[in-house]
Design a protein. Structure first.
Length: 277
């Protein structure tokens, strides 16, 4: 029995890895497209600026502090740690060994909007605070590898996890010297998050509070009336995002075994933003 359970667990891990590969492949395509947008946009501005000796808004970077607005789009992902085989107590008192795994099986686009305040620290460094609202969705699938359908596929349960985050990114920016009307930069920081979503009858529920590490790059584009800043950043949760006590509050025993199949989760986001300053 243990050998069969171990083989099922190994087989489920292989299936999960294969599902992750299928899901990651579109992600690479998305990342290439986002990188291409920023590179082509920056290259077009730089090419146009080479023959233009007049700088737009030449003193805008000398402001000690300024405000702005930000809009953009993003993709949310979540990385689960499954506990493996678990013992389930049936209604008649007997116990059954069950194997359930969970995975996000697709990428859904969300959008974000916010405001920013930026402090000039030196010629190349700046500190930015950008309170932002993130509206997104995650589609989760839970696979029961112990019980199967007639075609041999595991029984699955799905959950559409709609998420609303309020974040306050605290970022340090390092910018290269300005080239006419373009100035590339890199950034890093942390972002405390408040999760405003999550249902009490869901299989998976995330904690109310989270903290993300952020790294990214962008380019300042100086236009006649404002500065446009396209930016691509990657966000990764530094803490366990999973509400591990949620399973104990469920009333449906069938849902409990699915909720208890996960012991850790880390949220991730890829964010493409456009700052108007």
């Amino acid at each position: 029995m243990r050998k069969v359970a171990f083989w099922n667990y190994e087989n489920s891990l292989f299936t999960s890895r294969r599902q992750n590969i299928k899901r990651i492949s579109p992600l690479y395509s998305i990342m290439r497209k986002l990188f291409s947008i920023i590179i082509l946009l920056s290259a077009a501005i730089a090419a146009a600026a080479q023959g233009n000796a007049v700088q737009n808004r030449p003193y805008t970077d000398l402001r000690p502090f300024h405000f702005g607005v930000v809009i953009g789009t993003h993709f949310q992902d979540i990385e689960f740690s499954n506990i493996g085989p678990q013992m389930i107590t049936n209604a008649d008192g007997t116990q059954t060994e069950t194997l359930i795994t969970c995975d996000q099986d697709r990428w859904d686009m969300g959008f974000n909007v916010g405001v920013l305040g930026e402090f000039r620290l030196s010629q190349h460094f700046a500190f930015r605070i950008a309170p932002t609202l993130y509206f997104g969705n995650r589609h989760l699938t839970l696979y029961n590898h112990t019980d199967h359908l007639e075609n041999g596929e595991p029984i699955t349960q799905t959950q559409d996890m709609k998420t609303i985050y309020i974040g306050s990114p605290l970022n340090l920016l390092f910018a290269a010297p300005r080239l006419d009307n373009a100035r590339p930069y890199i950034m890093a920081g942390v972002s405390p998050m408040i999760n405003l979503s999550g249902g009490d009858n869901d299989y998976v529920k995330l904690k109310r509070y989270d903290v993300f590490l952020e790294v990214g790059l962008g380019c300042d584009i100086y236009l006649p009336f404002f500065k446009l800043r396209p930016e691509l950043k990657f966000c990764y949760s530094l803490i366990n995002s999973l509400d591990t006590k949620h399973a104990d509050r469920l009333r449906d025993d069938n849902m409990k075994m699915y909720a208890r199949s996960i012991n850790e989760a880390h949220s991730k986001m890829i964010v493409l933003s456009f700052y108007f300053e």
